[in-house]
Design a protein around this ligand. Structure first.
Ligand code: F6R
Length: 606
């Protein structure tokens, strides 16, 4: 977890630059934040617990002097959030400062050895050992570069590191292994960060570091080395296309609301998936003996919906699976004839990357669907499709969920075309649905505003909320439930409506709120029966259904009308009011929807 940022400026104070970048990276962790700079050969450090703005109010990051610095947002993995455990972590001499994203697996052994040699540790972090290890090599007479290389060779685990040493004050040392890290090459200085959004207003020229590489940036130069043999590496500089306005709130109170409201545009971007990529991916899937659709959290829900799309549109059976369970559940069935489609908006989720590494060992085909082209998952995949949703900063997945669904839909239509399993007329009708989608999404977001804010007022004090769907909208029920519980903290459950009578219905009592997703599809009739069952037991049926369905409306306690669209696209339209409902409920309860407690945007630990 965590995010890191480093800058070496040709001119001026680095504190304000680091603060802006760190703010953009806050989605990666906000347990604590900190910075270190070097000024006149001395290391200066400021850090504190809490969100960046809170820490900044007390420590005043802008006042950090010096033109070189490193910065960190923490999501705790080792050691409780505290000032001592906040990064940067330093060595015994106070000359070396380290910020780190990742986990050092063997830190306890290293710590013990170093302690025996007289090193004193202040924190409970795994990161602190890195500063002391480098110190140990420097004591043996090595320079900063060689000490870092030797120290790194002792580490096991994942790390993106930025390191300062006050005796070599014009350098930032950067190291990458299994955590994202890239350089930004600017005219006013050089940068490095977990995500280019940190430095995008200084430069869009980027070098992607590879695992096992170390880079040194100074205000005027950069060099990249292979750690194994210290050979210099010549990377191409790529241009990233990120608009600064994309990473600001665009006039909305929260990123989450901005990202919900952006969906009509994100959907139209995602409709422009590159045809060649869809072609390659569909061909690989077509040749495969078995295809698994794998993801975590919201991305798993998109896989659930994706499996309905693939079977109903293209007749292809696939198996959706939760990433953290996949290896135990299906690992032994992987072989060169199988394909795993890994859905991960960040492309950095550890559970998903682990499946990728495992599938690699089994020589299976790895395909990914992600929103971040420079992510680790694209490098592990034989082919990938980029969702094109633009950066998502709010912790809860919104536009990246709907655009993942769109990728699956387009893949299903492509496969159907290739296999000739459906008629030209059917294909045209599926394509027509796609073209209507941005306009319908826009209409829904406008039409449901009022009813959803009323509903949020009714639900904000609920002790428990049920979400029930059928068919492809079972996934919508799961996703609606996840949105509600993760940002409003109201305990919620989701089931396929057919399952409710097999147990969950026991929880229904007078006025228990039950949200039904009941579009005009093959299961509408049985849904009507399920609504009756719940109401007969005193439950309150809040139904999302076709706006012209008067029978359904009559059968509901509350009814929210939705436009008609082909069944396979309903999850994209029906999740929109549920995202808004979760957002409004969180606001009414006084919670910050952009930073739900205990969560981080991308979960890079197992
Ligand atoms: C929920 C949410 C998480 C992510 C999950 C996977 O709103 O955002 O459940 O969906 O952590 O993340 P990615 O898609 O980046 O692999």
């Amino acid at each position: 977890m965590c995010r890191i940022f480093a800058a070496a400026l040709a001119d001026g104070q680095v504190g304000p630059v680091l603060k802006v970048g760190l703010k953009r990276l806050e989605y990666g962790g906000y347990d604590s934040s900190g910075m270190a700079t070097i000024d006149q050969g001395k290391l200066k450090i400021k850090k504190g617990v809490g969100k960046l703005d809170e820490v900044d109010r007390s420590v005043k990051f802008d006042e950090l002097s010096g033109n070189i610095g490193i910065a960190h947002n923490r999501w705790a993995t080792h050691g409780y959030p505290s000032v001592t455990n906040a990064h940067p972590q330093v060595d015994c001499t106070g000359k070396i400062a380290v910020v780190h994203n990742g986990v050092i697996e063997n830190f306890l052994e290293i710590k013990e050895e170093l302690a025996e040699r007289g090193h004193e540790f202040m924190s409970r972090t795994d990161t602190e050992v890195i500063a002391h290890l480098i110190e140990d090599y420097i004591k043996k007479g090595m320079d900063f570069l060689n000490s870092t290389i030797n120290a790194i060779k002792e580490l096991k685990g994942s790390y993106a590191l930025a390191i300062l040493y006050s005796a070599e004050p014009d350098k930032v040392m950067l190291v990458k292994n299994e955590s994202p890290l890239m350089l930004g090459i600017g005219d006013d200085g050089n940068y490095a960060a977990s995500d280019p959004v940190a430095f995008v207003d200084h430069t869009n020229r980027v070098i992607q570091l590879e695992d096992g590489e170390l880079a040194i940036i100074t205000p005027k130069s950069y060099k990249v080395y292979r750690i194994s043999d210290q050979g210099l590496v010549n990377h191409n500089i790529e241009t990233v296309d990120i608009n600064v306005n994309d990473v600001n709130k665009g006039g909305y109170r929260h990123y989450m609301l901005k990202e919900i409201m952006e969906q009509p545009v994100a959907i139209s971007y995602a409709l422009n998936l590159q045809i060649q990529y869809l072609d390659v991916v569909s061909e690989l899937v077509r040749r495969s003996r078995i295809t698994y659709l794998i993801g975590a959290g919201s991305s798993y829900h998109s896989c659930m919906a994706g499996s309905y799309m693939l079977s109903q549109i293209s007749g292809l059976p696939t198996i959706p699976a939760v990433a953290s369970e996949f290896i135990q559940q299906f690992g032994k069935t992987l072989n060169p004839d199988s394909t795993v489609i890994l859905a991960s908006q960040s492309g950095e989720t550890a559970d998903v990357l682990k499946v990728a590494s495992y599938a690699r060992l089994k020589a299976s085909t790895i395909i990914s669907i992600t929103n971040v082209v420079s992510s680790t998952i694209t490098r592990l995949s034989r082919a990938y499709i980029i969702q094109q949703a633009g950066p998502e900063i709010g912790v809860a997945a919104t536009k990246t969920y709907t655009t993942q669904l769109l990728v699956y839909y387009q893949l299903a239509v492509k496969l159907a075309k290739k296999s000739g399993s459906i008629t030209e007329m059917e294909i045209n009708s599926y394509m027509k649905g796609l073209r209507e989608l941005p306009r319908l999404a826009d209409k829904v977001l406008k039409d449901v505003r009022e009813p959803i804010s009323k509903l949020a007022t009714e639900l904000k004090d609920a002790g428990h909320i049920f979400f029930l769907g059928r068919g492809i909208n079972t996934a919508t029920a799961y996703e609606g439930r996840l949105k509600m519980l993760e940002i409003s903290y109201i305990p919620s459950s989701a089931f396929s409506a057919g399952e409710s009578k097999h147990g969950p219905i026991a929880l229904i009592e007078n006025n228990s709120p039950v949200i039904f997703l009941a579009p005009d599809d093959a299961s509408r009739k049985v849904m009507l029966g399920n609504i009756m069952e719940i109401r007969a037991r005193g439950g309150k049926a809040i139904v999302f259904g076709n706006e012209v369905d008067s029978e359904l409306k009559q059968a509901s306690d509350e009814f929210i009308g939705m436009p008609q669209i082909n069944e396979m696209l309903t999850p994209i339209i029906y999740i929109l009011p549920l995202q808004l409902l979760a957002y409004n409920t969180a606001i009414l309860k006084g919670y910050d929807p952009d930073k739900p407690r205990n969560l981080a945007k991308s979960v890079t630990v197992l």
